[in-house]
Design a binder for this molecule. Structure first.
Ligand code: HEM
Length: 222
């Protein structure tokens, strides 16, 4: 049993490190494009999006037989997604633009309005990461914490939309290199539907279960 748990841990973390490891290997082999900073920015962005989706998928996957152990990975994969998103933004703002806010501002306003979508997703992820420690969750209270963490269902489509715009795609006319963001967007919608369907199913089932018969009266003579 302990061995299985150890293996699950190794696989869970390995999955999260894979996008970065892959990128490092390709960089080491000199397989990046002539604009490696752009490569790094794009690939860390994809890493963030994939891990965010995986974190969302953890609960529905845990309903499948043999995969119950996946559920606790929601939190870790969500935090990994945020770590990739931090690296992604650092590469864009710090490495590519050298913290020149005036240039950045100009560029975002004129050439890259898609950054607003990414920034909105980033702020949500930052809030979720900041409130992920158990002591913060305890302080917030279960209800508020749950409501806040449903924000992940907003962050994921925002990030997918940001990615689709970044690759100059048009989701409505299916133009541009939008296969990846559209696939992720559809997957997120499917995961959300799966959760809703399960919740509705549970409610219907509860309604069908007959109420408990009244407890027999005790004592007293007829
Ligand atoms: C303040 C926040 C953010 C900024 C400033 C930002 C900036 C950028 C920029 C400049 C690009 C285009 C890179 C290029 O092609 O040269 C990009 C693409 C992308 N970003 Fe972000 N981003 C932010 C947040 C996020 C977040 C939170 C995610 C995911 C959770 C994300 C995922 C992506 C993805 C998947 C791409 C497309 C990569 C590709 O396939 O080409 N970004 N972002």
């Amino acid at each position: 049993m302990r061995r299985t748990r150890k293996w699950t841990r190794v696989v869970g973390h390995a999955v999260a490190w894979l996008p970065l490891a892959w990128l490092l290997v390709e960089a080491g082999l000199g397989r990046l494009s002539p604009n490696p900073i752009q490569d790094w920015t794009q690939r860390t962005g994809r890493g963030a999006l994939y891990l965010l989706t995986l974190s969302l998928a953890a609960t529905p996957l845990s309903w499948l037989p043999g995969l119950r152990g996946i559920r606790p990975w929601r939190r870790a994969w969500g935090l990994y997604a945020f770590a990739y998103a931090v690296l992604h933004v650092y590469l864009f703002v710090g490495v590519d633009y050298g913290w020149r806010w005036d240039w950045l501002w100009q560029e975002i306003l004129t050439q890259k309005p898609f950054v607003w979508w990414g920034a909105s997703a980033w702020v949500i992820l930052a809030l979720l990461a900041a409130t992920s420690p158990r002591w913060v969750a305890r302080r917030l209270g279960a209800r508020r914490w749950k409501a806040l963490h449903r924000g992940v269902y907003l962050a994921a489509p925002l990030a997918a939309w940001h990615a689709a715009q970044a690759v100059k795609g048009n989701v409505l006319t299916l133009q541009g290199d939008i296969t990846r963001p559209v696939t992720v967007g559809l997957l997120v919608a499917l995961l959300l539907l799966a959760r809703l369907a399960r919740r509705v199913g549970k409610r219907l089932l509860l309604r069908r279960v007959p109420p408990h018969p009244p407890a027999p009266e005790t004592g007293g003579n007829p």
